[in-house]
Design a protein. Structure first.
Length: 280
């Protein structure tokens, strides 16, 4: 690929409605992200998924790229998001992750105490996640040159909640127990997560992602005071560590009382869920 070709492609990406909207520039229309997992009902995805496990699909770059590109082309969207999972970074931290057949993720060695926090591994090198970066490179090669690609990860709190609960939860007892009873261990854990996320997300950009999203899927279980004390500094650390010029979408659910704090933590785009009136 010549330098001229790369420059033309980059211009087309940066001038796309999605990237302009992320920068709050004038756009011919406003892209709206309806956050549904389209692949689950697409026959092309079901065919691929029927031949492999979810985790194997995430770790096979050619297949991850295939389902990413197929969904983007089939739906005619303004941007694609790489096929991966928010929990993939937990394995390099020393956690045993499994996606149970017919169920959600399971962590077999959850973090419940300061001793457990001390056993977590620093993500010095994101090479263990090379399959994600290769999937991004392959996807970028196959996508139309004017369709941006979004990389992503879980946000520090949501990852910490999965780590402490060991899987899904309705009341987050273990998460809040560690947070309230041992705040020093809590902050040490979230700081460790945040340092790893900065490396991981910037590596996604280097591989070819034009924008990034932080999924704080479980943050709605906290009130504003807890968010400010136990979460905001760590989320801000991640967002401020992202390469300059790369838009960051900061998304959470149940955040109607947290939107100003999410904005304070950072992000070029703040995601809303159905609890926030769009007119407001």
């Amino acid at each position: 690929m010549t330098a001229e070709k790369v420059e033309i492609t980059e211009d087309a990406l940066q001038d796309s409605p999605f990237m302009k909207a992320c920068r709050r520039e004038a756009v011919p229309y406003t892209p709206i992200w309806l956050m549904r997992q389209a692949g689950r009902y697409m026959p092309e995805y079901r065919e691929v998924r029927g031949k492999t496990t979810f985790l194997e699909l995430c770790k096979t770059p050619a297949l991850a790229a295939e389902v990413t590109v197929t969904a983007a082309e089939r739906l005619g969207v303004d941007a694609a998001i790489i096929f991966a999972d928010i929990l993939l970074i937990l394995e390099p931290m020393g956690l045993q992750l499994e996606f149970a057949q017919g169920g959600g993720p399971v962590i077999h060695n959850p973090v419940r105490s300061s001793l457990d926090v001390n056993h977590l591994l620093e993500v010095e090198d994101v090479g263990a996640l090379e399959f994600v970066f290769e999937a991004i490179r392959l996807t970028r090669q196959q996508l139309r040159p004017n369709i941006p690609l979004i990389g992503f990860s879980g946000a520090p709190f949501t990852l910490a909640a999965y780590m402490t609960e060991g899987g899904g939860s309705k009341n987050y007892i273990h998460t809040k127990k560690l947070m309230y009873e041992d705040p020093q261990a809590w902050h040490a854990m979230l700081s460790l997560i945040s340092r790893g996320l900065v490396k991981y997300l910037n590596a996604q950009v280097e591989a070819g992602a034009q924008a990034l999203q932080l999924f704080d899927s479980w943050i709605g279980c906290l009130g504003p005071e807890d968010y400010r004390e136990f979460v905001l500094p760590h989320t801000r650390e991640v967002i401020q560590g992202i390469k300059s010029g790369v838009p960051v979408i900061h998304f959470g659910t149940g955040t109607a009382t947290l939107l100003e704090l999410l904005s304070e933590a950072g992000g070029d785009v703040i995601g809303l869920d159905w609890r926030a009136p769009l007119l407001d």
